[in-house]
Write a protein that binds this ligand. Structure first.
Ligand code: PLP
Ligand code: CA
Length: 306
């Protein structure tokens, strides 16, 4: 693709760029804030866009939080939002399971590897689940477990499980992986909230949700259906909800291979990179996936003087 426009400090360029869009999809971490630190000017920039009639949607791959959790986080940082404006991978996974997957009546249960965000969103869609944060799964494998699993015993393998959903799990262990493997082997649909290899924290990187599904991919020789950015299942779900014109929408993100790719493959009118997260200037200017434009930081949009 072409070399992107660099718009920081370019008032006329910024005005022209912003004028092309009615909807802005925002990646969160690395764009609006980093961890618990809200970037200066985030609140004012969102206000500027809203005051100019732009619709704002928060699109995050973080599955550990529910949409309600995200609203609380946004509110705590001084950013007004509603649950309806938030799209998390926990939510896109839940609606994919409840509204897209056609599961037989006796195979409706989801075996979860993940945290409370997934559990809350599954509950809100009335999807039954096991696993997740249940302390019963936070233990070592016992010798008898192997025999029970091998025998397909219902005391350890729930026969109603028809889906395995893998998100970031801070208590991943051998038992959880062994159960997930056997559920998929027995025919369960293999889903991942997102497949980010890493996630940023405190200025460095840690294992991301993709690193939770990686051992299963290794065991199964099968890829999961992923429901976070850059998967277009997430874009389709967002469009299903907001019915926006893709040519008048812009994805804003810090990560070329998730956010920018998400917008490019979704045929959005624009993609805007920011340098406050994972990707570098070199990634944006000469990497395999390039945004239409990029900024040093999101608040440089304030320089448009709109
Ligand atoms: N997954 C987890 C668990 C996270 O904590 C984060 C960032 O906080 C992400 C994914 C990436 O989120 P985003 O898509 O908002 O950058
Ligand atoms: Ca991000």
């Amino acid at each position: 693709s072409d070399v992107p426009l660099y718009l920081s400090g370019d008032k006329a360029g910024l005005r022209e760029f912003l004028g092309k869009f009615d909807v802005f999809l925002f990646d969160c971490d690395g764009v609006l804030w980093s961890g618990d630190h809200c970037f200066p000017g985030t609140v004012e920039t969102l206000e500027l866009l809203r005051n100019n009639g732009k619709q704002v949607v928060f699109v995050t791959n973080n599955s550990t939080k529910s949409r309600a959790d995200y609203c609380k986080k946004l509110e705590g940082l001084g950013i007004p939002s509603t649950v309806e404006e938030v799209f998390s991978s926990s939510y896109s996974s839940s609606i994919y399971i409840s509204r897209i997957l056609q599961l037989p009546a006796n195979k409706r249960k989801v075996y979860v590897i993940g945290e409370t965000g997934i559990e809350q969103e599954l509950r809100s869609e009335n999807v039954p689940f096991i696993g997740g944060t249940d302390p019963a799964y936070r233990r070592d494998v016992k010798p008898e477990d192997y025999k029970l699993i091998a025998a397909g015993d219902e005391s350890i393998l729930d026969p109603e499980v028809g889906v395995v959903l893998v998100g970031l799990d801070f208590h991943l262990n051998y038992l959880k992986l062994a159960l997930a493997y056997h559920y998929v082997k027995r025919g369960a649909v293999f889903l991942a909230t997102n497949i980010d290899s890493t996630l940023p924290n405190s200025g460095t990187l840690f294992p991301g949700a993709g690193s939770m599904s990686a051992p299963l991919i290794m065991m199964l020789g099968q890829e999961p259906t992923a429901l976070g950015k850059p998967a277009q299942a997430m874009m389709d779900a967002i469009e299903g909800k907001f019915k926006f014109d893709r040519s008048r929408a812009c994805m804003v993100g810090d990560r070329a291979n998730t956010d920018i790719r998400f917008g490019r493959e979704g045929k959005l009118g624009g993609t805007l990179g920011v340098l406050t997260g994972v990707s570098s200037k070199e990634d944006f200017e000469s990497g395999p996936v390039r945004p239409h434009a990029y900024l040093d930081k999101l608040s440089d949009l304030l320089g448009s003087d709109l």
